[in-house]
Unconditional design. Structure first.
Length: 344
């Protein structure tokens, strides 16, 4: 059995003050949190439906996807090897394809959609809305836990203007697609937004997080205790912005998606990396002009970073900037040429 990351599973329907404390503790200790999924916040049917739409979209003719190629607004389709999440270490881009949906306005996408899924726009928009609502609930609870009231949640009260992204991801089957030793499904990175929701499918291995000591631990889809739930827990992770706002108290933990390995320590019982892998992420972003200054919380003020721990996140450097400036810096590093080409 593997040394899986010891992330707590939290039932957010419990006593709200207690839940808020548990969330803050997990955000500080792990930067990752499992939310017990009883279908209350997002129904199991809606999650299954989103995965079915993701498969439909990726199965669409290549020309339809290419016509929606990702733009500098971070919306659209990115093909194999086009995004490099760990540009300092990767020789080739990520072994995956992805489709980014920006915020919908009145149920309408503000970007081209492949005709194959155009009729599904209401369902995709509703799913993005449910994700945004759940993120705001979590942000509200994190604010309560830090004693800063509704600061985080209000910063995310956006109306079609934030950089929040609903992202469908498909990782091709490793043995049916040619690859070299340099390939990785998703390079090591921290997330660029405030908070990320991640939906995965039972049995599909690959996600790993970097522990404080610098070693990697697998993040099981169904951790012990969730086996009998109607759907795997929703995995939450803290992004760079919450780390800035809390002066490093909350960890924007580095993670990656790997191929099958021979290393027993990285295996999770009941999971395999053999087939294609699908995941769905929702990256929640605040209004772009929000400044990333530390919030006035006693717990943040009293936090002393562990200087002896390896600095696992190269972006954890604390500088005041706005949410949009930070996002642009990260996107430029991952899609270098796209952003260079568009320079005036
Ligand atoms: O596919 C996954 O499990 C993780 C994807 C991820 O970390 C990302 O897109 O930021
Ligand atoms: Fe990520």
């Amino acid at each position: 059995m593997s040394a899986a990351a010891n992330i707590p599973i939290i039932d957010i329907s419990g006593d709200q003050d207690a839940v808020a404390q548990q969330l803050v503790d997990a955000a500080q200790e792990h930067g990752f949190i499992y939310i017990k999924n009883l279908g209350r916040d997002i129904s199991v049917g809606d999650i299954d439906g989103a995965f079915a739409l993701s498969k439909k979209l990726f199965d669409a003719p290549l020309a339809e996807k290419q016509a929606c190629t990702i733009q500098t607004n971070n919306r659209g389709w990115s093909g194999m090897h086009s995004e490099t999440l760990d540009p300092k270490n990767q020789k080739v881009g990520d072994f995956k394809e992805a489709f980014n949906f920006g915020e919908f306005v009145n149920g309408k996408a503000q970007q081209p959609l492949p005709p194959t899924v155009a009729g599904d726009e209401p369902q995709i928009s509703a799913f993005a809305d449910s994700c945004h609502k759940l993120c705001r609930k979590l942000l509200h609870l994190l604010g309560i836990g830090l004693d800063v009231g509704d600061f985080f949640s209000s910063a995310h009260s956006t109306n079609g203007e934030s950089s929040s992204i609903l992202r469908f991801l498909r990782y091709p089957p490793p043995d049916q697609t040619s690859r070299s030793g340099d390939d990785i499904r998703a390079g090591a990175h921290s997330d660029y937004g405030s908070i990320t929701l991640l939906f995965r499918l039972k049995g599909q291995a690959g996600l790993e997080l970097q522990k404080k000591d610098g070693t990697w631990a697998p993040v099981p889809v169904c951790p012990p205790g969730s086996e009998n739930d109607p759907s795997p827990p929703i995995l939450i992770n803290i992004g760079d912005l919450l780390s800035y706002w809390t002066n490093g108290l909350f960890r924007s933990t580095v993670h990656r998606v790997v191929f099958p390995s021979d290393n027993e320590a990285s295996k999770v019982e009941g999971e395999t990396s053999a087939g294609p892998r699908y995941s769905i992420a929702f990256f929640c972003h605040p209004a772009g002009s929000v400044a990333l200054e530390p919030v006035p919380s006693e717990r943040v003020k009293n936090f002393v970073p562990d200087e002896s721990a390896p600095n696992e996140n190269p972006y954890a450097e604390r500088k005041v900037m706005t949410a949009n400036e930070h996002l642009f810096m990260r996107l430029k590093a991952s899609y270098g040429t796209l952003y260079d080409e568009k320079k005036p």
